[in-house]
Design a protein around this ligand. Structure first.
Ligand code: AMP
Ligand code: MG
Length: 344
């Protein structure tokens, strides 16, 4: 590490961020999904610093961020025509494609795999940083391993202040959940991680599969076996129409015991929980608003000193699939299905 203080740079100071990257330092920067922690992908020592700063397991590969399709070509052996179609349609944007790699990608980036994950981010700061340096930037999310991903520069500083050279503060990120990771080395293409681009949107263009059961039992993406998105509070994800009575029943003994208990729920349902600290998810059913604030709410639970956080589940389609994927992991398997009468 050897970083005394983390510089906070403004988007106007992008040249300074580019210089730090060229010198082999790691720099956090905003993308349209979450903040990324970048290093020169062609410098193995610099990439190694990402793993050290995050405490990231060495076998969890990174995404190669590129300025455009042309920059991807030298790093991939072949790009199937269906993958090209997706690039044309969704790049720049929150879609990461896993392709066969060439020898030009250092093994530390791909954790020894013979495939590489690539994407072109859709954010002015990320794109101008990529244009300023003449190498691809390897970047995972800019959080300590296991913690919720950062959607604001202050989240990056909470986790990595003093551990990285700089963060470019570009304000809040847009989507709030990470990119969709799609394996294009199998037929049909397989979604490894749901994200900003939905399975429904992909299926309009190419044949893709998503196997939720498989994901729970045998993670396909190397990173998915690790703990993720977890605040210090114990999270319980409660699904189904009987969620509110179930949460009230479960919280009663905790409150009697003097614990600080919170609930994540739609604004319109806040009044169902008079005795709990409410973290509002936005207007009922607004999934993009929920995705946008999801990680901020998980971090807020810690700032509020909550010991237990109940979260109401959402429908698992469209953006709800990515949101529930993150919530299941934040809950570390504490998922309660509450049937029964709709209470509100
Ligand atoms: P993040 O840590 O948020 O940057 O997420 C990157 C995700 O992409 C992790 O789940 C990685 O395991 C996954 N990933 C990166 N490279 C590959 C690859 N070559 N094959 C499969 N998954 C990958
Ligand atoms: Mg991450």
């Amino acid at each position: 590490m050897g970083v005394e203080k983390t510089k906070v740079l403004l988007p106007e100071q992008i040249k300074e961020a580019a210089e730090l990257l060229a010198q082999g330092e790691v720099v956090a920067f905003p993308t349209e999904t979450v903040y990324g922690l970048g290093a020169n992908a062609l410098n193995p020592e610099a990439v190694g610093r990402i793993f050290t700063a995050k405490g990231r397991p060495q076998d969890n590969p990174l995404i190669l961020h590129c300025s455009g399709v042309e920059q991807v070509e030298p790093f991939t052996l072949e790009i199937p025509s269906a993958a090209r179609l997706l690039m044309e349609h969704f790049w720049p944007g929150p879609l990461t494609l896993v392709l066969k790699k060439t020898g030009a990608v250092p093994l530390v980036v791909t954790a020894g795999l013979d495939t590489v994950a690539v994407r072109v981010p859709d954010h002015p700061v990320a794109l101008s940083l990529l244009q300023e340096v003449n190498f691809p930037i390897a970047a995972p999310s800019a959080n300590l391993s296991g913690r919720p991903s950062p959607t604001r520069a202050e989240h990056v500083l909470q986790d990595l202040g003093g551990r990285i050279a700089a963060v470019v503060d570009g304000g809040e990120t847009g989507w709030g959940v990470e990119s969709t990771v799609l394996d294009c080395t199998v037929q049909p293409f397989r979604v490894l991680r749901p994200g900003g681009v939905t399975v429904e949107e992909l299926q309009q263009l190419v044949d893709v599969t998503w196997d939720a059961i498989q994901e729970l039992e045998a993670p396909r993406s190397p990173g998915m076996k690790y703990e993720h998105y977890a605040p210090n509070a114990e999270v319980f994800l409660v699904t189904g129409p009987g969620a509110a009575p179930k949460i009230l029943e479960l919280s009663e003994p905790l409150l009697a015991d003097g614990q600080k208990v919170g609930v994540m729920t739609w604004e319109e349902r806040a009044e169902l929980y008079p005795a709990l600290t409410v973290l509002p998810m936005g207007r009922a059913g607004d999934l993009s608003s929920l995705a946008h604030k999801l990680y901020h709410l998980l971090r807020a639970a810690d700032q509020l000193g909550l010991q237990v956080l109940f979260v109401e589940g959402v429908d698992e389609d469209h953006l709800g699939l990515a949101i529930m994927n993150r919530l299941r992991k934040a809950a570390k398997g504490r998922v309660i299905s509450a049937g029964g009468e709709e209470e509100a």
